[in-house]
Design a protein around this ligand. Structure first.
Ligand SMILES: C[S@@+](CC[C@H](N)C(=O)[O-])C[C@H]1O[C@@H](n2cnc3c(N)ncnc32)[C@H](O)[C@@H]1O
Length: 249
């Protein structure tokens, strides 16, 4: 149980209505990202953050093809819109949603080319099959019932479309270190393994996954670097810090 939960429970009953609202919001998310909204993207300014970001985006490019014609992508748990901007650069029309109004406010400012709204991943305000692709990056580890969120994501995905899920890899050394240090927001999260994610996604279609470690491509022999990305992916490692999985529905 997080410190905020404990604090809220001991506040008393002066303003029960707002307290209930805050409690139920925390129930939907294992960590309140609101206070971090303005500094959330600082990680991408560090050299480690840039290296990880580059590798994660290479993995996503292997799994999600750029589009030349109009396709709709829903970014669930979009945060400050970091991935929304990347998906937009691949040619998709983006709608991002997040439970945190503060994260959505930042996203609207820094990624004006996309549409953003406050909404809950457990109860997406869209019809069945409304999107060609539904993506969620670093969200599943921050919800208490990831399978229910995946079900909702699949509901909003068009038949013949794709689910794209990115999540922190519980078995990666970097994440083990973060967890052992008890650092937030990692300490509040429930991290998955590639096996657990694969089992959760399999009911929806064929699962393809990547989790390349940083420096992996540099270590490949020169000829291997010339192979098409999908061949590298099929021989690739799942030991990196961030697992990306794609399912064609
Ligand atoms: C680790 S951040 C990831 C943000 C962004 N996807 C990224 O990778 O930069 C997790 C995000 O999920 C959001 N979130 C958590 N629970 C949610 C829920 N039930 N519905 C919608 N968003 C949620 C948080 O507010 C936060 O912005």
């Amino acid at each position: 149980m997080s410190g905020k939960w404990l604090k809220l429970r001991s506040i008393g009953t002066n303003d029960n209505r707002s307290m209930t609202k805050e409690l139920s919001q925390l129930d939907k998310s294992l960590f309140d990202f609101g206070p971090l909204a303005n500094k959330y993207d600082c990680w991408y300014g560090t050299s480690a953050g840039q290296s990880h970001d580059r590798v994660q985006k290479q993995d996503v490019r292997c799994l999600l093809r750029p589009v030349k014609y109009y396709k709709q992508l829903l970014d669930v748990g979009c945060g400050t819109g970091h991935w929304s901007r990347f998906f937009s650069s691949l040619g998709y029309q983006i709608h991002g949603i997040d439970i945190s109004p503060e994260m959505i406010a930042v996203a609207r400012t820094v990624v004006p080319e996309c549409t953003f709204d406050v909404a809950d991943a457990y109860n997406l305000p869209f019809g069945d099959g409304a999107f060609d692709v539904v993506a969620s990056m670093a969200l599943l580890e921050f919800v208490s019932d990831p399978a229910a969120v995946v079900r909702e994501i699949a509901r909003c995905t068009k038949l013949g479309g794709s689910l794209l899920i990115g999540t922190l890899n519980r078995l990666a050394p970097l994440n083990q270190q973060r967890l052992s240090q008890g650092r937030q927001p990692y300490a509040a999260a429930h991290l998955l393994t590639a096996k657990e994610l694969g089992e959760m996604l399999r009911p929806y279609g064929k699962v393809r996954m990547a989790a390349s470690p940083v420096g992996h491509r540099e270590k490949l022999p020169p000829l291997a670097k010339m192979l098409p990305q999908w061949v590298r992916l099929s021989r690739g490692s799942l030991s990196g810090a961030f697992i990306v999985a794609e399912v064609q529905t």
